[in-house]
Design a protein around this ligand. Structure first.
Ligand code: ADP
Ligand code: MG
Length: 697
């Protein structure tokens, strides 16, 4: 690196500094007002901004621009247009108008619309989101946009996200005013998304059709060594990985992304990158750019970056801890309890609102992270279960209990930690100590939502959290407005809310079987698989929630519900077809060839020495032959289930069939394939092993 980090940081971003420096004063003022209020931008202002943006982008090497959007495919979309405009018959100039900046009309017909297309025109349009900064990447000016149908229904994840940010702002301000805050103008949600991922050598990736087509291994016996020694976590970073991380950091910094922490994760070949938190919509855009750059840069180092939630069975999966908090425009974190939380009424009331929101909308929170990849991860190997609960730590729990009981809070003594090393002073254990098993944990001054999957766009979990908490705030504000004695009304509201929703609080081990039983007793939902969660999207209470806050209307919800079911079926279908191809064309023929070699070897031996011991060959031939027959039977069963599922018309029933029938058939098939792998000569096995992928970098 020849330049310093502060010099390169944000150098490819058309951010506030660039705008202030380059735009005429009036235009800059008008644009920042648009950003702050969300009002539509004036056409003449847009023309000036577009022109300045284009000149800036050309200086950064851009020849094209693109409206960058987030359709419901879960990945980003872009269509590049060059700036060229003909002059006469043989010359061009570089042009970019306000109209082109504000609005694009990509052909929407190939993006999922969940039935919206049947009722409305196929046309869709992208609308500039001035609150997310434009940036230059690979010779193109990227303009973050929202993507809507011709009639205004959101066809993307960003539109409802922006609406949910407004919803929580509106309701939080109402509540804060009642609590005596008359200065805050805007309440923002801050998000820090820690991204986990795997890196494996590209040559092993190329040898695996399952990773190539589906992102996860569909077969594969465990390697002799797994993660049991826990020697990878925070271990020294391999030089090739280190070079990859350095380039990744540098690229992200130029894009104005605060990449901060990087380290080896628990599983072999697993890593994590955490940025410093930012405002929701920026955090979402940044996370998408982080994932995209991880994939792109890894390939330059002969590596493959796996973002799937569960690339390897029996090994930790990858998640994305979504750290969530709310703060005022003056930068005050509203989830900071202060030194004496018992006295901090504002904090406790907001805490009550969040606890209520999570309890009332457990199903939507579960739904927001539900898709096939995450189903494999949740509830196994160090991942939270499918039951939603909240960890608040001992001290807060005791405070909440004292409020419920109407007793004065006496305080729990924070246990003193003694590290046993003379030079290190003893210190007080943080009373909000980490409970790694909780899906939704209070970690000092923010909540950490840990169920989010590593590959997903983090919009949906944050849309749900923002809207559900906005609803609690709304109900609180409604209750408190116009009361004579606000202090006692607040106390009563807190007591009532904590009593009613204490069932969602759980400080114990979320991975244990006892918790599953206990949760059932408490009446908490346990939506084990994604399809169980999808079914709850259109419940009247959920339609009412999103409608009330203008985040999604019923049409938008129904279209999203359909897309969720549909993409679930499509993903499992691809997995099933991939497995069928692998087993029928690679695994069974390879095992047969090995059996033939064993038979030839035995026959050759016997031709020399008729009484020679051929027990090894015979035993292996016998075991492998019966396993191969079992495999074939399981393969036929999978073919049958896949065909059956694919024929079902109703999208809910089709997804259920993939979930319960096809996946089960895949599990059975995998079991016998993996049993054969450990008996077959490595010369004959058609794929790189778990050992190759996880340990040979
Ligand atoms: P860890 O959870 O791994 O111990 P930290 O607690 O330092 O690490 O932070 C994890 C993530 O939480 C980081 O991305 C950080 O920026 C983010 N974070 C910290 N404070 C907030 C906040 N107020 N709002 C949202 N995210 C936050
Ligand atoms: Mg964390």
């Amino acid at each position: 690196m020849t330049k310093t980090v502060p010099e390169i940081f944000g150098s490819m971003v058309f951010n506030d500094d660039v705008m202030r420096e380059r735009l005429p004063k009036e235009v800059y003022k008008s644009l920042t007002k648009t950003i702050a209020t969300g009002k539509t931008i004036d056409a003449t202002v847009a023309d000036v901004v577009a022109n300045v943006m284009k000149d800036w982008a050309i200086e950064k090497g851009a020849t094209h621009y693109t409206h960058w959007f987030q359709p419901l495919t879960g990945v980003t979309a872009e269509k590049h247009e060059s700036f060229i405009s003909p002059v006469g018959s043989s010359n061009v100039v570089m042009e970019f108008s306000g109209k082109e900046l504000i609005k694009g009309e990509p052909d929407a017909s190939s993006f999922p619309s969940g039935g919206l297309r049947a009722t409305f025109e196929a046309r869709g349009y992208t609308a500039w989101d001035p609150a997310s900064f434009a940036f230059v990447k690979d010779g193109t000016l990227y303009i973050p946009t929202a993507f809507c149908s011709y009639t205004g229904e959101a066809l993307d994840t960003k539109t409802p996200l922006l609406r949910s940010m407004d919803a929580i702002n509106t309701q939080a301000l109402r509540l804060l005013r009642l609590l005596g805050d008359h200065t805050s103008k805007r309440i923002n949600v801050t998000i820090g998304a820690e991204q986990e991922y795997f890196l494996i050598d590209k040559k092993y990736f190329d040898g695996r059709k399952d990773l190539f087509y589906t992102g996860r291994t569909l077969v594969g016996a465990p390697s002799p060594k797994g993660q049991e020694l826990e020697d990878h976590y925070f271990g020294p970073i391999d030089p090739r990985v280190s070079a990859f991380m350095a380039e990744l950091d540098e690229t992200l910094w130029t894009l104005g992304i605060n990449a901060k922490t990087k380290h080896n994760e628990t599983a072999p070949a697993q890593y994590e990158l955490a940025p410093i938190y930012s405002i929701t919509n920026r955090a979402v855009d940044h996370n998408l750019l982080i994932m995209e750059n991880m994939k792109r840069i890894a390939s330059k180092y002969g590596l493959e970056c796996l973002l799937h939630e569960k690339p390897f069975a029996g090994v930790n999966g990858s998640g994305k801890h979504n750290n969530w908090s709310i703060c005022t425009d003056a930068g005050k974190n509203l989830l900071d309890p202060g030194k004496t939380p018992a006295e901090n009424v504002k904090f406790l009331l907001i805490l009550a609102a969040i606890i209520k929101a999570v309890d009332d909308y457990q199903d939507m929170i579960r739904l927001s992270i539900s898709y096939p990849g995450n189903d494999h991860r949740l509830g196994s190997d160090e991942a939270p279960p499918a039951i939603i609960s909240i960890f608040v730590g001992e001290e807060l729990e005791a405070i909440i209990q004292s409020i419920i009981d109407g007793k004065e809070y006496k305080g729990v003594k924070a246990p003193v930690m003694d590290l046993g090393i003379p030079s290190v002073p003893t210190f007080r254990k943080d009373t909000t100590d980490r409970n790694r098993t909780s899906p939704f944990a209070f970690t000092g001054n923010k909540f950490e939502f840990r169920m989010v999957g590593s590959s997903q766009n983090i919009s949906m979990p944050n849309i749900v959290l923002n809207t559900a908490v906005a609803e609690s705030f709304r109900q609180f504000a409604d209750k408190l407005e116009g009361v004579d004695d606000i202090d006692s009304a607040v106390s009563e509201l807190m007591r009532e809310t904590f009593s009613k929703h204490a069932r969602i609080l759980f400080n114990g081990n979320g991975y244990s079987d006892e918790w599953e039983k206990e949760a059932e007793k408490r009446g908490l939902l346990n939506l084990k698989r994604s399809v169980d969660a999808y079914k709850r999207f259109t419940l009247p209470k959920n339609i009412a929630l999103f409608g009330e806050h203008g985040v999604m209307n019923e049409t938008e919800i129904k279209s999203r519900e359909e897309i969720l079911f549909e993409s679930y079926s499509k993903i499992i279908n691809i997995e099933a077809l991939t497995m069928i191809e692998m087993v029928s064309r690679d695994v069974i023929p390879s095992v047969n060839a090995y059996i033939a070699e064993l038979a030839d070897a035995a026959a050759a031996k016997m031709s020399v020495l008729p009484d020679v011991d051929c027990s090894v060959e015979k035993d292996l031939i016998s075991k492998l032959s019966s396993l191969n027959a079992k495999t074939y039977k399981a393969l036929e069963k999978l073919r049958k289930e896949e065909l059956k599922a694919a024929k079902i018309d109703n999208f809910t029933e089709r997804a259920e069939s993939y979930c319960y029938k096809v996946l089960d058939a895949m599990d059975a098939l995998r079991e016998s394939v993996d049993a054969m792998e450990v008996l077959t000569s490595s010369d004959y096995w058609p794929y790189p092993t778990y050992g190759d992928m996880l340990f040979k970098l």
